[in-house]
Design a protein around this ligand. Structure first.
Ligand code: AMP
Ligand code: MN
Ligand code: MN
Ligand code: MN
Length: 284
């Protein structure tokens, strides 16, 4: 089995809410020493063929990827799928359903922002959108930074786009069971993305891991750009407790936003089983 020393299995392109094309991301990952890469756009496979071709052109291993938005006990949770068949019709259908409703939600977000004096946010956010089906909070955040309302996207989320704030509109995404089944049905492995970000109580988090595992989920992100070093430890222990393989991914979106760059995270703790060992036959 090939061993990989710098896997980065989570990032976003202009096909969802990233600012770089799949090809530019592949080149950046390769330049940063990534030897196994996955593009995991939100709820969308439109960048997969381009990402796989660009990875092959620079001699980097590639796993197909997606990050599915799920509603679990009233909160948004992200499930990453890796190594699936990118042509699987059932996965395509499920993701198309999940994408639906984003435009309506965005118009409601703009109404909420208009009520606190921020006009034309829908049109403003649209200028940053690469894929009209995938208008997201990130695009509103970029507009509010560009228009000088906030100095960075973190501030926009804190003041305007999180629960209870004027631009927040709750949304029903896919069910956890559906997302896991779409990924498994397409021959892939399902991974809980950045569990440290959800703000769940210990009981809620236990429920997430237990149900996920019960549906056939096999992995969890341990080392991610969304976790602190203390959270690497916490979720390394959770991976072992639940018998889950561990993933590593930057969640890179843009060189201009304060997130970790592709290929620059610490290694997985050596006591963990890397998720890519489960996917050896799916690497392109
Ligand atoms: P949406 O799918 O429209 O709800 O948007 C979710 C996206 O917003 C995530 O994928 C992140 O890219 C981004 N995001 C969420 N929370 C934050 C935050 N606190 N700071 C910056 N970006 C965030
Ligand atoms: Mn995102
Ligand atoms: Mn996410
Ligand atoms: Mn992500």
């Amino acid at each position: 089995m090939t061993t990989y020393s710098n896997a980065d299995l989570h990032c976003h392109s202009t096909v969802s809410d990233g600012t770089l094309s799949p090809e530019t991301l592949a080149q950046r990952a390769h330049a940063n020493g990534v030897d196994l890469w996955s593009l995991t756009d939100h709820d969308e496979l439109g960048g997969q063929a381009r990402a796989a071709a660009a990875a092959a052109a620079c001699g980097m291993g590639y796993l197909t990827g997606v990050e599915v938005s799920v509603t679990f006990i009233g909160k948004t949770v992200h499930i990453v799928g890796l190594g699936f068949d990118m042509l699987d019709p059932n996965l395509h259908k499920g993701l198309a359903q999940t994408r639906g409703g984003r435009e309506q939600r965005a118009m409601e977000m703009a109404e909420g922002l208009a009520q606190v004096g921020i006009a034309n946010a829908f049109e403003g956010a649209l200028k940053f959108v690469g894929n009209p089906d995938l208008i997201s909070r990130t695009h509103f955040a970029r507009f509010l930074v560009e228009s000088g309302v906030c100095s960075d996207t973190n501030e926009v989320f804190r003041r305007f786009l999180t629960e209870g704030k004027p631009g927040f509109v709750p949304h029903r995404w896919a069910k956890l069971s559906d997302a896991v089944h779409w990924i498994l049905g397409a021959g892939g492995v399902a991974v809980i993305a950045h569990p440290g970000r959800y703000g769940f109580s210990p009981n809620e988090e236990y429920a997430l891991f237990t149900e996920f595992k019960g549906f056939g989920g096999q992995g969890v992100e341990v080392v991610t750009g969304s976790h602190s070093p203390a959270e690497y430890e916490t979720y390394a222990d959770m991976a072992i407790e639940f018998g889950l393989a561990a993933s590593r991914g930057s969640d890179f979106h843009s060189p201009d936003e304060s997130r970790i760059d592709l290929g620059t995270l610490p290694h997985l703790p050596s006591k963990l089983s890397p998720v890519w060992d489960l996917l050896a036959t799916r690497i392109q």
